[in-house]
Design a protein around this ligand. Sequence first.
Ligand code: TYD
Length: 130
Amino acid sequence: MNIEIIDIPKIENSLGNIAVIENNSIPFEIKRVYYLYDIPFSAMRGGHAHKNLQQVLIAISGSFDVVLKDGNSAKTIVLNKPDKGLLINNKVWRELENFSSGAVCLVLASDVYKEEDYIRDYDEFLKSEK
Ligand code: TYD
């Protein structure tokens, strides 16, 4: 599975921590940053793969599950630490679910939003994997 957990560098202090993201901590040049918030517990987000886009997802607050599929295998990663990023490379199907109250999902993306880069149909995704 073409994913990786990335340690986000941090400055720890008894008065609170600082996590720092710079381009050199991420294996691509960040072109867009956005975040999901006010997510209902029952929401299922994602449900797509990308042809080219790479993303890093970080649970800045709270927790959620990321279900990943590449056509051969599936795995679920629980994101619940602000200093861990989940790198999802292109051509990996993702579904985000089980959001805790107050969960915020920060997304660092390798490109601007392009609807034509999405594969939103799972059968089409499986076919593109062959
Ligand atoms: P989508 O990426 O499918 O959401 P998620 O994977 O978080 O569930 O995007 C949801 C909608 O928002 C979709 O209609 C496209 C739109 N959108 C933008 O207009 N700009 C953006 O930068 C993003 C990420 C999505």
